[in-house]
Design a protein around this ligand. Structure first.
Ligand code: C2E
Ligand code: MG
Ligand code: MG
Ligand code: MG
Length: 278
């Protein structure tokens, strides 16, 4: 009895696994398809200078509108794209799209601001990655070349093969920012040798910070670290005025979050840029 019940459990489990595998294959096929069918787009979230609430740049965030599923969050498909290796093509698409957008805004006479593009660990570990990024950026008119920046997450940054890519990029004057800072395991010695431009303090640290004494202490310590390393700081996920005020008081220069703006579709981003910077 016990045995047959056990087998039942196993077979249910096996069929769930098979289902899972089928879903994974399906998703992989859909992601390849998405590139061909142009189902990805970028939205642009404003980054704000806390001293005067002015726009200093955009973070480009990918969106996927899939025919059957509708909008699929990058939280759900980026990790999967990384597992399967499709992230390389998706990442290439995102960088090219950001470059095209910047050029098109500049051609339209807008007062363009920098666009930060998210880069995955797997792209960075790829040997040809830095050369390919540099080549694509150096094709831009000189005044736009410094306006494409890269965001890397902390975990990805610290792996040995990636360090060389980062060096190559920063030596070519491409700004590299560390994303989600405070959530990973930074090698601080390495951090000091990497010529990054900005640290982005993760939302988990920022949330409710005016009421969270422990987070306040951590935030102040990380700010001291940033100053020691001469890195600028962007607070991510600022959702309330109280958070923004607390951060400004501590000397955090920049912020990003729903309090200021949600990520914007490109048309709105163009209008916002025009309105705020002119
Ligand atoms: P991330 O790079 O840390 O981006 C910040 C995420 O926080 C975005 O989620 C943004 O919409 C969200 N966010 C911004 N302000 C607030 C706020 O005030 N409150 C809350 N609750 N959330 C806020 P999104 O767009 O869903 O992206 C999630 C993650 O997916 C990104 O985290 C990034 O790691 C990844 N991702 C997005 N686009 C790309 C891409 O083009 N390439 C790669 N490799 N990863 C990407
Ligand atoms: Mg980011
Ligand atoms: Mg982040
Ligand atoms: Mg994140």
């Amino acid at each position: 009895r016990g045995k047959s019940a056990g087998r039942g459990v196993v077979s249910v489990f096996a069929s769930a696994m098979a289902k899972h595998a089928v879903l994974q294959l399906e998703l992989e096929r859909e992601l390849r398809q998405a590139l061909l069918l142009n189902e990805f787009r970028l939205v642009y979230q404003p980054q704000i200078r806390l001293a005067d609430n002015r726009l200093i740049g955009y973070e480009a965030l990918i969106r996927w509108n899939q025919a059957q599923r509708g909008e699929v969050s990058p939280v759900d498909f980026i990790p999967f794209a990384e597992q399967t290796g499709i992230i390389a093509s998706i990442g290439d698409w995102a960088l090219d799209e950001a470059i095209r957008q910047l050029e098109s805004w500049a051609q339209a006479g807008l007062a363009v601001v920098p666009i930060a593009v998210n880069v995955s660990a797997l792209q960075l570990a790829n040997l040809g990655f830095a050369d390919s990024v540099i080549a694509r950026i150096k094709r831009l008119p000189v005044f736009l070349q410094c306006l494409i920046q890269l965001e890397l997450t902390e975990s990805t940054l610290m792996q040995a093969p990636s360090i060389q890519s980062i060096r190559q990029l920063t030596q070519a004057d491409i700004a590299v920012h560390m994303d989600d800072f405070g959530t990973g395991y930074s090698n601080l010695a390495m951090l000091s040798r990497m010529s990054l431009s900005k640290l982005k303090f993760d939302r988990s640290l920022i949330q409710n910070i005016p009421d969270n004494h422990a987070h306040q202490q951590v935030c102040r310590a990380l700010l001291d670290l940033a100053h020691a390393l001469q890195l600028e700081v962007v607070a991510e996920g600022v959702e309330t005025q109280a958070e923004a005020l607390w951060l400004a008081e501590q000397g955090v220069q920049y912020a990003q979050g729903y309090w200021f703006s949600r990520p914007l579709e490109k048309e709105l981003a163009a209008r916002y840029m025009d309105g705020v910077t002119e």
